[in-house]
Design a protein around this ligand. Structure first.
Ligand code: PEP
Ligand code: MG
Length: 562
């Protein structure tokens, strides 16, 4: 039997299918209710048990990735949250059994998020369900999910982020999810762990039994159940090849990315915190092309202080050991909420109050971040990058603020980097069209294809129903990128790319022919991209690519070059 799904993390894996479905309903039916006082005690014991499990998981904070740690911390806060606790206790006092009190309270909290037209915020409902389920498991005497054995292909309708965080890379080979968008916490964690991952996979445990052999081919987007011996053999050979190739690439990861005809490209890392740097350096990234600083601001009630930000930026800068670290100023809004700023919900958040628009409206907050970045500049090479720029005014205002904070720090005798370059993300059609003008006022461009595609093609980057139109190989996007790089070079500044396209090997012939100066990507992609660059020439085919009429033709042409 074969099933299709949407690929999130490419690769091929073979193993045994395990289902993650915890049957709370049956257990709740068998739960014997006692007096409200006793139910309250049972709930409190369960809550404390869940909180202590989370504390234990967080004890080895340094073993967790940045995102794993952040999610578990959010759950820890929820497990201690007074209003969640009081709502559950209220239900128990009204006569509900403790598990029903938990379910009702979780459903009330969930309902508060239902009407929010924001995918990211809706995903946060899952954190509440996740914590509620932890309470339930304790109340119902269920063990925390644990996996035994190796070569596991785990299927779930949906998976709690904290459970994903606890899965071991040694045991689990692939993750198949029925639901889960590319921005869901669980999927972010699966990517960070490097699991071969597909979403949109509907399975019926009645048709497939636990433990059956399965091949997940996330290169082709197909899952094969009960493969023949021959198919299995073939797949295992591919897995072995994939592992050997990974090892080979990792051993060569620190070699420079220079084409056969001698053109060098900087391959840098996209990171969301200092915790990502060790992996980035080990995998050959030459500095940071995009530090998404918003992760320091999200999931918390108060904005980070200057000192807190300074320490984070300094940590990254020092680890980069002389390479440039581009620190992007706060890119909140759109699909990234920030509790501490209490932003109002918007009809069109991606076209609304976002990124630099918020920063120029909240100048004290912006100045705090600029000071922290400039101070980190005293410890290494740092760059400031402004997101979502659509007008020259935004660049000039930011530069004014940079000068203002420098003046303040001079007066306060605080040391900071005197030569910190300032660049912009080119991710709006306005910035692409105005590239020759903007280039005269900044030190570099970095093309943010994730947004440039959505704004150029009028296709929401998070909307599944129009995802077939979301394509950076659409010639409209390629012409825009061509314009941006060419105009940057004419103005004498460098141009890089930090959107997802930068890590796509198929895009390399086009990007190198353009003369792109830097490519910034998820560190796990860097070894493969660097090797590909070393095996190619830079000066091929630009006119031909730009004469193609649709994304299909472009892909076909580029495939022919690899
Ligand atoms: C982009 O838009 O391409 C980008 C890198 O930024 P983000 O994905 O954070 O919007
Ligand atoms: Mg962007």
């Amino acid at each position: 039997m074969e099933i299709k799904g949407s690929v999130v993390v490419e690769g091929i894996a073979a193993g045994f299918i395990r289902f993650f479905n915890q049957d709370y309903e049956k257990r709740i039916q068998g739960y014997v209710k006692e007096s409200p006082e006793r139910e309250k005690e049972r709930f409190e014991k369960a809550r404390q048990g869940a909180a202590s499990d989370l504390n234990n998981l967080l004890k080895d904070r340094e073993k967790l990735s940045e995102s794993e740690g952040e999610i578990l911390e959010a759950h820890q806060l929820l497990a201690e949250d007074m209003s969640l606790k009081e709502t559950i206790v209220n239900y128990i006092e009204q006569g509900e059994a403790a598990p029903d009190g938990v379910l009702k309270a979780v459903s009330d909290f969930k309902a508060m998020f239902d009407d929010i037209d924001d995918e990211y915020l809706r995903e946060r409902q899952k954190d509440i369900i996740d914590v509620g389920n932890r309470f339930l498991r304790k109340l119902l005497g269920m063990k925390e999910f644990s996996l035994e054995g190796d070569n596991i292909v785990l299927w779930a309708k949906d998976i709690e982020p904290s459970l994903m965080a606890s899965l071991s890379e040694k045991q689990v080979k692939a993750i198949l999810l029925e639901s889960g968008s590319k921005t869901s916490h669980a999927v972010i964690l699966a990517k960070a762990k490097g699991f071969v991952t597909m979403v949109g996979v509907s399975l019926s445990p009645e048709e497939i039994s636990e433990g059956e052999n399965v091949i997940v081919d996330a290169n082709q987007g197909v899952i094969h159940f009960n493969p023949s011996e021959k198919e299995m053999e073939h797949c295992l050979a591919l897995v072995k090849e994939q592992e050997e190739q990974k090892k080979f690439l990792e051993e060569r990861a620190k070699l420079p990315a220079r084409t056969k005809d001698g053109k060098s490209v900087t391959v840098a890392a996209n990171i969301s915190g200092a915790g990502d740097m060790e992996k980035a350096i080990a995998l050959g990234c030459e500095g940071v092309g995009l530090f998404r600083t918003e992760f320091l601001f999200m999931d918390r009630d108060k904005l980070p202080t200057e000192e807190e930000q300074f320490l984070a930026y300094k940590g990254v800068t020092e680890q980069a050991a002389g390479n440039l670290c581009i620190i992007r100023t706060l890119d909140i809004g759109g699909d990234k909420p920030c509790k501490a700023l209490s932003l109002t919900a918007e009809e069109n958040p991606f076209l609304g109050f976002r990124a630099i628009r918020i920063c120029l409206n909240q100048k004290e907050m912006f100045k705090t971040q600029l000071r922290a970045i400039l101070r980190a500049g005293a410890y290494g090479k740092v760059g400031i990058m402004i997101p979502m720029v659509s007008s020259l005014w935004e660049i000039l205002e930011t530069k004014k603020l940079v000068e203002e904070v420098k003046g303040e720090m001079d007066a306060e005798k605080i040391s900071y980097g005197k030569e910190v370059p300032l660049g912009i993300m080119v991710e709006t059609p306005a910035a692409s069209i105005m590239a020759p003008v903007f280039a005269k006022h900044v030190d570099f461009f970095s093309i943010g294809t994730n947004d440039l595609v959505q704004y150029t093609l009028a296709v929401d980057r998070g909307n599944q129903s129009v995802s077939y139109l979301y394509d950076y190989f659409n010639p409209a996007v390629l012409h825009s990128i061509h314009r941006i790089v060419t105009r940057a070079h004419e103005a004498g500044i460098w141009a890089g790319m930090c959107g997802e396209m930068a890590g796509d090997k198929l895009a390399l012939p086009f990007l190198l022919a353009l003369g792109i100066d830097e490519l910034s990507m998820s560190p796990s992609q860097a070894p493969g991209v660097k090797e590909q660059i070393r095996n190619m020439d830079s000066g091929v085919c630009l006119d031909e690519i730009l004469s193609l009429k649709d994304a299909g033709e472009v892909r076909e042409y580029l495939r022919g070059l690899l």
